[in-house]
Design a protein around this ligand. Structure first.
Ligand code: SF4
Length: 278
């Protein structure tokens, strides 16, 4: 069987140049570390720790072998799913394993070997997005939530939009007006959050089937983890003035993703990263 690359592969330039190989490499390294940890249970019967109790020795070996085999199988399934975009039978929980087990471990390992945290997070977001796309279902417009950070609003704007985005005058001073146009064009849900707690509250209140979230790598990573099992497609913002100030959004890429989730198109069109312009 010839392996074909995933049709849901996303362009690295929309993820700050991040590639899946960073995620896959760290994930495999995490698996090796876990397997080495579990190998202790294989060695125990040859030590005095179990006092020669036969059933304990057998249990130790069985637990180690089962856990190591399960980990290796999960790793292989994950690599196969990421590479081909196809899930093997029983791989329904691949995203779960990625988010709950591997990513926290990978961040620790990356810190230990000195890999830039930002590139690990961008790689995770890219892999998450591809897994979300590969398992996506068409979403009703009122069940699709576009979640934005408050820093997308121009810092000098006098209007407070967190409770009512329609107070925006769409003056063209920042991307919010164009984003509201997108909301009106497709009839989707729209919210601006000032932080993780507010974002979680918005998700609970709006009960979407799918979220398209715009934020920096740190907030997207935690948002994807916090919202699990809800599918979250992360779109990285651009920060020409530094973190949390007058951030920009790749509008064309965002609209493309909205259309895909609403079933108005079959695939994402490869396009340059065009940011909102005044
Ligand atoms: S588009 Fe204008 S009114 Fe709306 S948030 Fe931006 S600066 Fe304020």
């Amino acid at each position: 069987m010839k392996l074909r690359k995933s049709p849901f592969s996303l362009p690295p330039d929309q993820y700050g140049g991040a590639r899946k190989r960073t995620f896959i490499g760290l994930m495999l390294a995490s698996s090796v570390v876990l397997c080495l940890g579990l190998a202790i249970f294989l060695i125990l019967p040859w030590s005095d720790a179990l006092s020669g109790v036969v059933w304990l020795e057998r249990l130790s070996v069985v637990v180690a072998l089962v856990c190591i085999t399960a980990l290796m199988w999960l790793s292989l399934m994950l690599v196969f799913h990421i590479y081909t975009g196809k899930a093997l039978p029983g791989a329904g929980s691949v995203r779960h394993v990625t988010i709950r087990l591997y990513f926290p471990l990978m961040e620790l390992l990356a810190k230990f070997v000195g890999i830039d945290r930002g590139s690990v997070r961008r790689s995770f977001i890219k892999v998450n997005n591809e897994l979300v796309l590969s398992r996506r279902k068409t979403v009703e417009p009122h069940k699709l939530l576009l979640l934005l950070p408050h820093c997308v609003q121009r810092s000098a704007c006098p209007h407070r939009l967190v409770h009512n985005a329609d107070l925006c005058l769409r003056c063209g001073g920042c991307p919010v007006g164009a984003l509201l146009d997108l909301r009106d064009k497709y009839g989707i849900r729209f919210a601006i959050a000032t932080g993780g707690t507010i974002a979680r509250r918005i998700v609970v209140q709006t009960r979407p089937d799918c979220i398209i979230a715009v934020a920096c790598e740190r907030d997207l990573t935690s948002g994807i983890q916090d919202s699990y099992p809800l599918p979250v497609f992360g779109v990285l913002n651009s920060r020409p003035k530094g973190p949390c100030l007058d951030t920009l959004v790749p509008l064309e890429a965002l609209e493309d993703v909205i259309r895909l989730f609403l079933g108005l198109s079959d695939s994402l069109t490869p396009q340059p990263l065009l940011l909102w312009k005044r």
